[in-house]
Write a protein that binds this ligand. Structure first.
Ligand SMILES: Cc1ncc(COP(=O)(O)O)c(C=O)c1O
Length: 390
């Protein structure tokens, strides 16, 4: 049986292959510490889990729910945007519930892109922007994220011919994989740029509440008039350690929210109501903010362990202010991030993510995730630095 032609651009998912390799090494008795996975290791707040359980015990919560999230969930998203960013959203037209933000990133292309349309995508970047574009028949145009530009794309460097055909411009801050943050002034420029060129600005912001040292990451929706030209994706996965719950949201331009809703209602039948009920509590219960601060303090301590170990090993690395990652340059003499990470896995028993898998401009870097138990992470960094000295 042959697959459809549209699958031709896609091989095995990197992390699926890595998982198999690690399972084989462990079967040989090797002790492997994984600091490659971009998912929280800690649980959500207890009171969120309790809301899920209480809802699941009710007899009236087990049927299909409203497409695109219940009115109460959408209201909770609007309340969160008001509380967190002082942004007003109409929950009936400017909010859509998602089964994790990943599906929304993918659906946006299906809902908007025609064959031949260009989609502007950060390189390095989260793979779904490219995958959604290709599967919709669009043409990706990659915008390099360079250290010398603080990992912000140079919008003025995009050729006019590309801009003429461009339909969507993707941004993602706090950024995966570079851990860079964007000031509100950059979002203002991006909104003006999107308006000038008639492009939809799509901001992917799942790490907006994973921040350190008192830093508060902005929402693109804070820019006056953003809703005219932009949508933002957000997620409960990283903010509240709810990755497996599959709960996210899209907000902003009402026409685009409607298009994605139309597409999505052909594809799925929304979530289990108790999951949405837990999400409502996470987004609106005041107890969540001290919890977020405590959780971020745990990540901040882990960030310091990683950054200090790398610096002691002579690798210059900036101190991230947000995200779940440390993005460090390969040690001198190393040029191939996949080969470097494969050797670190086999020889030091430490699994990290090669920068190259996020795009050609990710080459020369390695991503370490902070979503690993602190003692394990400490041990991984000790192994890594001892191995680097050899
Ligand atoms: C930049 C970025 N966007 C989106 C996602 C997807 O998150 P979810 O589908 O769990 O909301 C991730 C997850 O790693 C991510 O790093």
């Amino acid at each position: 049986m042959r697959s459809a032609d549209r699958l031709a651009n896609f091989g095995a998912y990197f992390f699926a292959e890595l998982g198999k390799k690690i399972a084989a090494l462990r079967a040989q008795g090797k002790d492997i510490i994984r600091i490659d996975i971009g998912a929280p290791d800690l649980p959500p707040p207890d009171f969120v889990i309790e809301a899920l359980v209480a809802a699941a015990r009710r007899p009236d919560t087990h049927s299909y729910t409203t497409y695109g999230g219940t009115p109460a969930f959408k209201q909770a998203v609007a309340d969160y945007y008001r509380r967190r960013f002082d942004v007003a959203l109409d929950p009936t037209t400017e909010v859509l519930g998602l089964i994790g933000s990943k599906e929304g990133l993918f659906h946006l292309a299906q809902a908007l892109v025609n064959p031949g349309d260009v989609v502007l995508i950060p390189d390095p970047g989260y793979p779904t922007y490219r995958a959604g574009t290709l599967l919709a028949g669009g043409e990706p145009y990659f915008m390099p994220l360079l250290a010398e530009n603080d990992f912000l794309p140079d919008l003025e460097a995009i050729p006019a011919e590309v801009l003429r055909r461009a339909k969507i411009l993707w941004l993602n801050y706090p950024n995966n994989p570079t851990a860079a943050v964007a000031p509100l002034a950059f979002f203002e420029q991006a909104v003006a740029f999107a308006r000038k060129h008639g492009i939809l600005l799509a901001h992917d912001a799942p790490y907006v509440d994973v921040t350190f040292d008192g830093y508060q990451a902005p929402s693109l929706m804070q820019v006056p008039g953003a809703k005219d030209v932009a949508v933002e994706f957000n997620s409960l996965s990283k903010a509240f350690n709810m990755a497996g719950w599959r709960l996210g949201m899209m907000v902003g331009n009402p026409a685009v929210v409607r298009y994605v809703h139309v597409y999505k209602s052909q594809v799925d039948t929304s979530q289990f109501l108790p999951v949405l009920q837990g999400g409502i509590v996470a987004l609106t219960d005041e107890r969540v903010w001290p919890w977020v601060a405590e959780r971020n303090a745990v990540y901040q301590q882990r960030r310091d362990i990683v950054v200090n170990a790398l610096r002691a090993a002579g690798i210059p690395v900036p101190t991230p202010r947000a995200s779940l990652y440390v993005w460090y340059p390969l040690p001198p003499g190393e040029t191939d991030s996949k080969a470097f990470c494969a050797r670190a896995l086999e020889e030091a028993g430490v699994s990290m993510t090669p920068g190259r898998i996020f795009g050609p401009h990710g080459e020369g870097y390695v991503r370490v995730s902070l979503g690993t138990d602190t003692a394990q992470l400490q041990q991984a960094m000790e192994r890594l630095t001892a191995w680097l000295k050899k």
